[in-house]
Write a protein that binds this ligand. Sequence first.
Ligand SMILES: *Cc1c(COP(=O)(O)O)cnc(C)c1O
Length: 390
Amino acid sequence: MTDTTVQQVSTGARLTVDLGALSANYRTLARMAAPAAAAAVVKANAYGLGARTVASTLERAGCRVFFVALLSEALDLKPVLGPGAEIFVLNGLQPGGEAACAQAGIIPVLNSLDQALRWRDLAVALGRPLPAAVQIDSGMSRLGLPAEEVAQLAAEPGFFEQAPLKLVMSHLACADDPYHQANFDQSQRFAALAGRLPPAPRSLANSSGVYLGHAFHNDLVRPGVCLYGATPPETAAGGTIKPVVGLTAQVIQVRDIPSGEGVGYGLVHRATAPSRIATISYGYADGWPRALSQVGAAYFKGVRLPIAGRVSMDSITLDVSALAARGIGLRGGDEVELLGPHQSLEDVAGQTGTIAYEILTGLSRRAARTYIDAPKAAARPAPQLVKAGS
Ligand SMILES: *Cc1c(COP(=O)(O)O)cnc(C)c1O
């Protein structure tokens, strides 16, 4: 099945999402986290892979708890998930969004005392309790209530009757470094501050946090990027993550150039021998970093094809001379591998000084997304998130 909303603007590039691998990664992370439950973070359109399809697939794999960044993302997702699914909005309750959030049964992650009181006021106005999550800032200084506000919230009369606490959470700043002292400091501070609130399920770990071990799992883990095939930190021990994403781009022209000829903007590449250059319909507007100019490569039948010259907005020139030497033909319409067995997200991220997350979320603006369906296995019941206050 193909996402028709992007198909009509396709460059001929194909972003392949392996839903079987996605489900397998979910089960791997859920197994590592058990007896804690495993949620799925599907913000930013499931890291670019299509939130609706990803979330439905994960729901079939047993996931019941989903995190997005924005209310708009939650509203988009709500209709495709079953009544048992819970959707939390990580970026919190923005002024003006309260009524829509309550109406749709979406759970805001309250990130400040102000947000908490606005949510409570709405519950009072509506005359019904509105479930909430509370995020505590355990040391990242990004989102969440600092210690003083946790104390103020705990002292707010009747607050948790109006806004029953579904989840208390925090986020680790350094989970990708298993030996970082901040992991232990944040975990301790989170436990201490969460202890000031009424009993509720707790959540601290993102993908790397799952690999930190049971001390970090609490009641619910919140993996994102590892679901989508990014590999955990090298130092991490635990389940193996399968690649989920493949990306191919279409060759739109092939030419032979003499030695000494320049290629692309700035003519920064000069052929040092008679060369064959292939131009593909993919560029930095499609999310392929310009920093890969003269550095990166594509692959065809396993042969490395270096990027010759600068990455353009909508096209990239490859030196494909190595193919002819091996007797492999390449024509317009052929597809070269940008992500796949020969080149991982981490390879590309490493070559451009960024992280797999940024490559992944930048990709699919124009590429047609093709989903490889998950095998129709019987859905396994998920370990339920412990119900708070009930
Ligand atoms: C994005 C995010 C996650 C998921 O992180 P990954 O590193 O992708 O697993 C979990 N929790 C919060 C608060 C986040 O912002």
